[in-house]
Write a protein that binds this ligand. Sequence first.
Ligand code: SAH
Ligand code: SF4
Ligand code: F3S
Length: 449
Amino acid sequence: MIEEAMLMAKEYTTGLKYFINTMGCKLNENDSEKIAGMLTKMGYSEAKSVEEANIVVFNTCCIRENAEEKLFGKLGELKNLKKQNNMIICLGGCMSQEKHVVDKVKQSYSQVDIVFGTHNIHKLPEMILKKLTENQKVFDVWDIDGDIIEGLPVKRTGEKNALVTIMYGCNNFCTYCIVPYVRGRERSRKPEDILKEVRNLASEGYKEIMLLGQNVNSYDGGAGYHFSNLLRDIDQIPGINIVRFMSPHPKDFTDDVISAIADCKSVCKVIHLPLQSGSSKVLNLMNRKYTKEQYLTLVQKIREKVPDVTFTTDIIVGFPGEEEADFLDTLDVVEKVKFEQVFMFIYSVRKGTAAEKMPNHVPEEIKSERFNRLKELADRITEEENKKYIGTVQKVLVEGESKTNAEVLTGRTRSNKIVNFSGSKSLIGKEIDVEIISEHVWYLKGKAV
Ligand code: SAH
Ligand code: SF4
Ligand code: F3S
């Protein structure tokens, strides 16, 4: 049926163009690649900008509050363009799973033609076909967890690096987080399907993959096959030299995963290990299921078994009940672990989560003051850690020209640091040696050797 709808649509789509607006995390990016794959198969080609598009898909994120206003603003802006281009407007992603969003669209945003959710992106071709043939609005969002659909076409955005979702949903219910409500329970893809995808990527010339899931180390391939088995099997696939994954949960970081990271040559020795808070009290309120001490012990254990490992992390400041002493614990962990990069978020209330109803919400000005203090410390440490690269020679997978300067090439080290350097375009897609000459907080400057 999916296949049929994609082929039938071709009759209507000659010369038409699509534009996808992707918000949120890498899982959404990977979903958008599948949406682009389906639209391409339906006969659409990619528009350079929204102005020239005949179909626009918003793949939304609702992890924080402010995204909603932005989306509605954008929908408002499209009203005139819609008439001009006879445009179909589709709304999908995590926000579509929220009832109040869909209600608001129904009430006040008549320009939206199609609403789909996170469990039925594979239904998009049928929904578009219905709109094209019957000129009807189609709103279809599923509450139940969707089956895993294999084999959707994927139009990848990376040249040599590819995203591979290994599992969907989340069972953790961290008390601040909306994801379990909009993405459903954990469902793992079959090992053979993942390995087949990675083998295909290797044969297409991809060199780097990023394994994705909300909690990759609770991957369950059945019959005792876990995340560590997957890492080991992927490591055996020739051609894929760089394997990253995002995100593991500290509570599930078992010894077999640590050994697999240590043993597998292709697996990068940089681990994104979300901390969220350094205070055991706040971690308990967040339902993270580890303490400050357990987190630090885990880091220590990984350091002992994986030489030269580095860490990056996510931190939320201003969670309800966070006091100055708790915040100082967070700073303490940042100081101790020396994260190469900290992704910082100001706590944002999400409707329907447990934290929404917790007492002692932190005033905005304290949240932003703490955010600034954390940023100062994290930037100082990033700079210190970056300085250690100066004078070293790093393997860099060259990704393309720099966005701001076509004379400059850009790529990433195995530890995921952005490196800019001058060189010939023929190097794009290759992994080459680059000597690091200076650091600039968000990137390193180097010269090819
Ligand atoms: N599954 C991953 C991350 C998912 S969301 C994990 O468990 O780490 C990405 C990040 O957004 C989270 O790590 C968290 O730091 C942040 N985040 C999630 N909900 C948030 C909220 N309500 N307010 C602020 N930041 C939030
Ligand atoms: Fe959200 Fe926690 Fe699940 Fe991550 S592990 S997606 S933070 S509930
Ligand atoms: Fe956002 Fe959904 Fe990802 S809420 S962070 S896009 S799973």
